[in-house]
Design a protein around this ligand. Sequence first.
Ligand code: HEM
Length: 255
Amino acid sequence: MIVEYIRYRVPEERSADFEAAYRRAAASLGSAPECVDYELTRCAEEAGRYILRITWTSAEDHLEGFRNGPNFAAFFTEIRPYVSDIEEMRHYEPTGVHGQGASVPTLYDWAGGAEAFERLTEVFYGHVLKDELIGPLFAGMDPRHPTYVAIWLGEVFGGPDRYTRERGGYAHMLSQHIGRGITERQRRRWVNLLLDAADEVGLPEDPEFRAAFLGYIEWGTRLAFANSQPGATPVAKAPVPHWGWGVAPPYMPRG
Ligand code: HEM
């Protein structure tokens, strides 16, 4: 992935036309498979300054794929009158320094933090141990297993990285599932009992939280299922995954 920045300085009397042209040109970017995303921003301090950011799948995809492809002609027709207003047009590579601020709460905080996940896994494994289908899989489990899974879930949902620091991270979690031959019925029972426990301990019931929570649980259990099959060759090393709100961010009334 590569990020192209184009800095414009457009005389004030042409800036409304400039923005309108880019609104039309955006359709070509939206149809281009080489384009990941784009945004045109206007300087708040000095009228007429703009920065267009376009993330491309690669510089080559931009320069060869997009420029020689079917979307370029319509794009260029719109923006051609502003080419002479460009001050800088370059590709920038990601440095790895990126992240999010705290304006949106994590799923971990929204759920109620460490205690909420502790309560969840305590009640959940209480049910699991009594279950005829999956209880036997956990008959010999470490008594601290519910706590370990709670700190795993906490880290996944944006809480402290305790599973990584204290329990061996992804590699250890993976090693616990390998070779277990989990069946689809067992996987689904695990999901059902966890959702029952979520209701019982009063995890937030808002649609946004539950959609994100269940999204991870579906993903995670399907991976656990796949990784547990005979002959599976899962990725051996990876960070603990981080799960966010996805397409439905938390509902927060303003005011
Ligand atoms: C999102 C899905 C899942 C998550 C987050 C998860 C999490 C974990 C974690 C963190 C461990 C290691 C605990 C430790 O540090 O010792 C573990 C172990 C284990 N998991 Fe899962 N798991 C998932 C799905 C499943 C499913 C679907 C099954 C089977 C139906 C399963 C069966 C087991 C078993 C049997 C162990 C070993 C327990 C022991 O003997 O201590 N897991 N799981």
